[in-house]
Design a protein around this ligand. Structure first.
Ligand SMILES: Cc1ncc(COP(=O)(O)O)c(C=O)c1O
Length: 428
């Protein structure tokens, strides 16, 4: 089917939830995708952080072929060979004890919210009112289901669907006083994306995360980190919180876990897991043998690629900072590993640059209006970074009204030295 007929049919038959680019992709290999006209695209988005091993990776291909020929689904009423092994790998790399498997990011986050409420109820032994309040962050994104929406700190996502889950209070991201003011003994969980993704690649400040950890520990609430976008190698560590000295009570992951097959996970401690019993939570599809077999292969590859992600990330970040010095329209460069962003001075410019790159055969994405987001596959090489940076430089020259000589920037940058000596770049 041609692009024209597919888009005509979709316009008539699908809920109008997406504004797709007019491209029909038909195949992929490594860091490249090809459209129905045979045009090749360099993929700096990875299906929004999913195709971390690129397209058609041989280990993924053979795991899918092997497992599809043996067993695809059995339900969670029975055992299969892979959930335990996958849980072992995830608990080993996270420092947590137990896993629950589901199908998507938002579903993992819903389960995490349920854990927080159930844990608080179970531990409410002194006759007081159970802790039920949830603190979530402004500018955050946790997904599209009701609990996830209720904790997503961007009104545009929530507004059409109110009323949402009650008991959520939003805290200004990285504002120590606001967190301190809003936290009390009625809070059952503090919810943080270690690096806000949809919100424009904004890392949590070390002091803020440490305060959240301290407050939750002291009062018996849970620190819940959403690493659906930042986790599983994206930042050059297994988890972004491993750049800090904090171990959360609950972590959610999804996107790259099964390389494009739907799979998410909640990871937590033994103590928190003990509040669950059979029947309290579940899923028909989650953690099926096909997705789990692929995820095991993914984690084997991810481990080998962490160093590469760190060094390519540093190379990429430095190249973006060089562009920052050259272009007045760049307000900020943020990110760590292969989770990088350039914040421009207008939504129109960001839109024009993303469109120009697409015409040049490079896929990136615009988030938070002015932010160009780069979530490249972990297998990219320097030459791909060079190609992107050169095209970005040209597109900024072409579309910036403000010219290319850097003057004063309105946004100041703050650098956070991590425990491992890397730097995490955040808005001041
Ligand atoms: C941090 C974060 N949490 C949750 C989600 C929701 O994941 P999904 O789209 O798989 O439901 C996303 C998706 O972009 C995300 O980036």
């Amino acid at each position: 089917m041609s692009l024209a007929s597919v888009s005509r049919m979709e316009a008539k038959l699908l809920l109008p939830t997406y504004e797709r680019q007019p491209i029909l992709f038909v195949r992929g290999r490594g860091v490249y995708l090809w459209d129905s006209q045979g045009k090749r695209y360099l993929d700096f988005l990875s299906g929004i952080g999913v195709n971390a091993l690129g397209h058609n990776h041989p280990a993924v291909q053979s795991a899918i072929k092997r497992q599809a020929g043996r067993l695809i689904h059995v339900s969670n009423l029975f055992f299969h060979e892979y959930q335990a092994e996958l849980a072992q790998m995830l608990t080993q790399i996270s420092g947590l004890d137990r896993a629950f498997f589901c199908n998507s990011g938002t579903e993992a986050w819903e389960g995490a919210l349920k854990l927080a409420r159930a844990f608080a109820q179970k531990n409410n032994t002194n006759g007081c009112k159970p802790k039920t309040r949830i603190l979530a962050m402004e500018n955050s994104f946790h997904g599209r289901t009701f609990g996830a929406l209720a904790t997503t700190g961007q009104p545009k996502y929530r507004a059409p669907f109110v009323p949402l889950l009650p008991g959520v209070t939003f805290v200004k991201f990285n504002d120590l006083d606001d967190l301190q003011r809003k936290f009390d003994s009625s809070v059952c969980a503090v919810c943080i994306e270690t690096i806000q993704g949809e919100g424009g690649i904004c890392p949590v400040d070390r002091e803020f995360l440490e305060l959240a950890s301290r407050l939750t520990k002291q009062s018996g609430a849970l620190l819940m980190l959403d690493e659906i976008q930042s986790g599983l190698g994206r930042t050059g560590r297994h988890f972004a919180y491993q750049h800090y000295d904090v171990l959360p009570d609950v972590v959610t992951v999804a996107k790259p876990l099964a390389c494009g097959l739907p799979l998410g996970a909640i990871l937590t401690t033994e103590r928190v897991a003990s509040c669950m019993h059979p029947g309290m939570h579940g899923t028909t599809f989650g953690g099926g043998p096909l997705a789990c077999a692929v995820a095991i292969e993914f984690l084997r590859e991810e481990k080998k690629l962490l160093k590469h992600v760190r060094s390519l990330g540093e190379y990429f970040h430095a190249a973006l900072e060089a562009l920052d010095r050259k272009h007045k329209s760049i307000q900020d460069v943020r990110g760590i590993g292969l989770m990088q962003a350039v914040d421009l001075d207008s939504p129109e410019l960001a839109k024009a640059v993303a469109k120009e790159l697409l015409q040049e055969g490079i896929i990136i994405n615009r988030t938070h209006e002015t932010v160009l987001r780069f979530l490249a596959p972990y297998i990219i090489q320097k030459k791909h970074v060079d190609q992107l940076v050169k095209a970005l430089d040209a597109a900024l020259h072409k579309h910036s009204e403000s010219g290319n000589k850097r003057t004063d920037k309105s946004t100041k940058k703050k650098r956070l030295a991590s425990a491992h000596g890397e730097e995490i770049h955040a808005h001041a």
